[in-house]
Design a protein around this ligand. Structure first.
Ligand code: ARG
Length: 460
């Protein structure tokens, strides 16, 4: 009742279960820094505009600073009765500085306050995730730089298709990470307008200077419509979407890592520090880390779907449903951050089994396209060349041989146009280095891509 900041019009206390159900302090305590930052900027602006005195603004800001220090020193316990981080901090402020503290909420509502806090959080989260993506991308680029001539089979339908290099394969993921980086930059832009000053939904009668508050808080602009300002959570949804796409990328690489470190592939060996054993099978070395990353991708999709669904039927403007933005955003952020950190360490320490990769590339007829291309070089139309090499492959399969193992005699039985130089055309190294179209696996081309990628992430 009276103890609640909004208790004036109530005759009865809230039920204990109502407090329990309504409170968000158990999870929004995490916004204390953003909340204090926002309140300090608001108080400064109120003082500057003469809505409160400069002295009062200073007292409020000193009080908020002492609360911030005490929270960080672990000296403050928040109360569930005070519902959320906003009212907890305001009530502690009033306890500390008395009546002046009661002036902080002038020209403000929790609705524009919480929207401001969340935007500040999302902007910081985007910057953090971007930095972690850059670390990961640089680790992949280091690994790629060491494997520019490591030939491996490239796959389609998980069937050996054409030879590539491990560098080229890894750098496909770097492309995804570049798009992820841009995506988080866009999300940050979406969050970069100040809602504060929108009040509960219809602004206020005080002469606020919203541009000043925006400048103090580092927002590029202000939300133009007060009703949209308090009811917009697009930036949170955009963040969840960007995390989901990022996690989908990490999950795809994780899936490949799981395959690659199986005995069936044997392309890489995970460091012991990033593997686990079995409680029953003494021989096991399991890839739990990439499996967990793959698994955790699901929960980030859940975060996105949960909050999208929360928002879909809400009338303007603020509704309490929107308090449900926090847990998905926090969870998605935490999940993406830990997954990026561990996948970076894991990939930095893998052993690449170059010979196994090469051996795999030697089987499965990944050189068949090159044999056909050789025929095209002799004037055979590609469709006919395709059919001729198809016959060759069928014959070789019957003989239990690779294309390289067939004798020239055998080639000529299929088509007399073949000569000795076909062996050079299907040499795996040549197959790769001749694919020197921009975007291809030839080491010279990969070198250029490496330089472009390095400079992309150096600027981030
Ligand atoms: N804890 C609330 C939230 O996160 C703060 C805003 C509450 N506003 C209100 N009018 N009840 O959404």
């Amino acid at each position: 009742m009276a103890s609640k900041l909004w208790g004036g019009r109530f005759q009865k206390s809230t039920d204990a279960l109502t407090d329990d159900f309504n409170a968000s302090i158990s999870f929004d305590a995490r916004l204390y820094k953003q909340d204090i930052q926002g309140s300090m900027a608001h108080a400064e602006m109120l003082g500057r505009q003469g809505i409160i005195t400069e002295a009062e603004a200073d007292t409020i800001r000193d009080g908020l600073k002492s609360i911030l220090d005490d929270i960080e020193a672990g000296k403050i316990e928040f109360s569930q009765e005070m519902e959320d981080i906003h009212m907890n901090i305001e009530s502690i402020l009033i306890e500390r500085i008395g009546d002046t503290g009661k002036k902080l909420h002038t020209g403000r509502s929790r609705n524009d306050q919480v929207a401001t806090d969340m935007r500040l959080f999302v902007k910081e989260a985007c910057a953090d995730i971007k930095a972690l993506i850059a670390d990961f991308a640089n680790t992949l680029l280091d690994l790629a730089a060491r494997n520019k001539t490591t030939v491996m089979p490239g796959y389609t339908h998980l069937q050996r298709a054409q030879p590539v290099t491990f560098a080229h394969h890894l750098m496909a993921y770097v492309e995804m990470l570049k798009r992820d980086t841009t995506r988080f930059e866009n999300v940050s832009d979406m969050a970069d307008s100040l809602p504060l000053g929108a009040g509960a939904l219809a602004t206020t009668t005080y002469p606020l200077d919203r541009y000043y508050t925006a400048q103090v808080l580092g927002f590029k602009g202000i939300c133009l419509n007060s009703m949209d300002a308090v009811s917009d959570r697009d930036y949170a949804i955009d963040f969840l979407e960007a995390v989901s796409v990022l996690m989908m990328h990490l999950s795809r690489l994780s899936e490949e890592v799981v395959l690659w470190c199986s005995s069936e592939f044997g392309f890489i060996t995970l460091d012991d520090a990033f593997s686990t054993g079995s409680s029953i099978m003494p021989q096991k070395k399991n890839p739990d880390i990439p499996e967990l990353i793959r698994g955790k991708t699901g929960r980030t999709y859940g975060d996105l779907m949960a909050f999208l669904t929360t928002m879909k039927g809400l009338p303007l403007a603020y509704n309490k449903d929107m308090q449900e933005d926090k847990e998905p955003v926090f969870d998605a952020y935490d999940t993406a951050a830990i997954c990026l950190k561990i996948i970076t360490k894991m990939m930095a320490t893998v052993t690449v089994n170059k010979d196994t990769m090469k051996q795999a590339a030697g089987g499965g007829f990944v050189d068949a396209t090159d044999a056909a291309d050789w025929l095209v070089g002799r004037g055979v139309p590609f469709r006919d060349a395709h059919a001729i090499v198809g016959k060759l492959v069928f014959y070789a399969l019957e003989q239990g041989k690779t294309l390289r193992e067939l004798t020239l005699e055998e080639y000529r039985q299929i088509d007399p146009v073949f000569d000795e130089s076909v062996y050079d055309a299907i040499d795996l190294k040549n197959c790769v280095s001749r694919r020197d179209v921009i975007g291809g696996p030839a080491p010279a081309i990969v070198d250029r891509a490496l330089a472009i990628d390095r400079s992309f992430f150096a600027k981030k």
